[in-house]
Design a protein around this ligand. Structure first.
Ligand code: GLU
Ligand code: MG
Length: 532
């Protein structure tokens, strides 16, 4: 049985282990049989590049076993791809030489509900010997989760997906729904579409917690239940591609770009996370996460995640889509930890000492993490004060203008629903880099026994500059160059990424800065609106 991500740091395919190859091939053929029954012809095998674009190679379903065992050939040049498909030759990426193998992960093999005939699986990128590619962000998430598990800690995570829809067929942006923000009118306008989004995600085995019209014109948001970090990053990819496909079937075009118009509120990609372990919490009254808590909108609180999608037993069920739900474990997903260390403690906002250190590690490194979570020039057009994007490097209880927002959850849940929301990130990000970066930053906070500054309980923009300075509240980087400077100076993220990936990420970012050096905001938005 294949365990959750933290139990499989080592590559599961050894080029020399014939027995393991046979086992995997048999599992792949079994899954393929289920897919064929559902009319699946092709499997889209995806990874996300460093500029945040999901790239793919497809295999006919009959070739899935060979793909799983031997991998699909792909150039390492993708590490150096930019948002405009240009290639940046960096020190560690961008050359024409070399070959990687893309190994679809059967744990996440899913029939795509809105693309009949297609299934999807995220890939692990390995070299010819089966060793992880040093620049594979998906492997990085696994490594960081395993490191935390070594301390007896698990993270539950979920990405909030915001997007805006326009009628298909034009490159400009005209909102396809004209009703007010959060208004029921938008459901009258696009109710069939929104229903089909929920149906498709549910058929794919995901647990939808919420869907609603967002603030900006034509904008919507969907939240799904928390999972382990690798599962959450995979799910981020699946949700985006499913929303995109359902949109197409309704004559709509979905934009996940940080900004769809130069003015106004953008699309965020907020990350919710909670930290689980044994001991230290004063909670533990036996309250488990429930559908009620999850669906009440506590984001990455311990909702009923599709945890079974992580296990080999889910293989058949996941391939069957909706039936995967039947196999989903009831109760909350907490990675096996008993206590949520973000609640029930004696620290600020009910944090335990461990929870506070983890949060403080993230807060301290937010400027550097921006190079991963707000990775495009367009990201900084979104990241402006007083638009709920979290433009200030501070934390607060339930404060939507703080980049780091602690959501303690209802007192009756005794801290078990507590979670942190990182608001400054957007969906131009590679979710694997985001997940890995957050784990590494939080872990560094544990190593340092870091402490949080006092929480901020107002919109920092409403304070005069002297008061902000007195409280130590700084703006996050206001352009990509500043974020890259913080990232390149950050030893924790360099160690986590490894020198090659760290260097490549910085090179790809610098190339994008050069690409848009003379572009005004409208031109940046136009060039990136439909890319992510
Ligand atoms: N759309 C806002 C953003 O750019 C977030 C709105 C919200 O708080 O959900 O992040
Ligand atoms: Mg939102």
């Amino acid at each position: 049985m294949i365990g959750p991500a933290w139990d499989r740091a080592a590559p599961r395919v050894s080029a020399t282990d014939g027995h393991e190859r046979d086992r995997l091939a048999a599992a792949a053929r079994h899954a393929a049989t289920h897919l064929e029954v559902r009319g699946v012809v092709c499997v889209a095998c995806t990874f996300v590049d460093n500029s945040g674009i999901t790239r793919m190679k497809g295999v006919p379903v009959g070739r899935l076993d060979a793909a799983v065992v031997w991998g699909i050939g792909a150039s390492p040049v993708f590490d150096a791809f930019g948002v405009d498909d240009s290639i940046t030759a960096g020190r560690f990426a961008g050359g024409p030489v070399g070959d990687l193998r893309l190994h679809p992960d059967l744990d996440r093999l899913t029939a795509l509900a809105a693309q009949p005939g297609w299934a999807w699986a995220p890939v692990d990128r390995r070299d010819q010997t089966g060793a992880p590619h040093p620049q594979d962000a998906r492997d990085l998430v696994r490594v960081e989760a395993v490191r935390l598990a070594g301390r007896g800690l698990r993270v539950a995570m979920a990405f909030e997906i915001e997007w805006a829809v326009a009628p298909a067929g034009a490159d400009g942006f005209v909102p396809a729904a004209r009703g007010p923000a959060y208004g029921m009118t938008r459901v009258a306008e696009l109710g069939d579409y929104l229903r089909d989004v929920v149906t498709a995600l549910t058929e794919e085995g995901l647990v939808v917690e919420q869907i609603h019209p967002e603030y900006a014109a034509g904008q919507f948001e969907v939240s799904v239940a928390a999972q382990d970090p690798l599962g959450a990053a995979d799910t981020c990819v699946l949700v985006k591609e499913t929303v995109r496909a359902v949109s197409g079937r309704h004559g709509l075009r979905a934009s996940f770009a940080p900004k769809v118009l130069a003015d106004g509120v953008g699309n965020g990609g907020h990350v919710h996370l909670s930290l689980w372990g044994d001991g230290e919490s004063d909670g533990g009254d036996g309250v488990t996460g429930s559908g009620a808590i999850g669906s009440s909108g506590y984001g990455a609180g311990p909702g009923p995640a599709g945890a079974t999608a992580l296990g080999a037993t889910a293989l058949g069920a996941t391939a069957l889509g909706a039936t995967a739900l039947g196999a989903t474990a009831p109760g909350g997903w907490n990675g096996g930890g008993r206590d949520n260390l973000l609640g029930g403690g004696h620290g600020p906002g009910g944090l335990t000492a461990t929870g506070e250190a983890f949060a403080a590690g993230i807060l301290a490194r937010l400027p550097a993490l921006m190079a991963l979570g707000a990775p495009s020039v367009a990201s900084y057009l979104r990241l402006v004060p007083s638009q709920w994007a979290g433009a200030y490097a501070c934390w607060g209880l339930e404060n939507r203008e703080a980049a780091l927002r602690l959501i303690p959850g209802p007192p009756a849940a005794a801290g078990r629903a507590a979670n942190l929301e990182i608001k400054c990130f957007d969906l131009a990000a590679n979710p694997y880099l985001v997940a890995a970066g957050l784990l590494a930053a939080g872990h560094a906070g544990l190593d340092d026994e870091a402490r949080l500054p006092p929480p901020v309980d107002v919109d920092p923009a409403s304070l005069d500059p002297a008061e902000r300075a007195r409280r130590g509240i700084a703006r996050l980087p206001t352009d990509l160059g500043a974020a890259v400077a913080a990232f390149t100076a950050d030893d924790v993220l360099r160690r986590a990424c490894g020198p090659a990936l760290h260097d490549t990420v910085a090179s790809v970012r610098r190339a994008e800065i050069d690409r848009f050096a003379d572009a005004d905001p409208a031109a940046v938005v136009a060039a990136t609106r439909w890319r992510y």
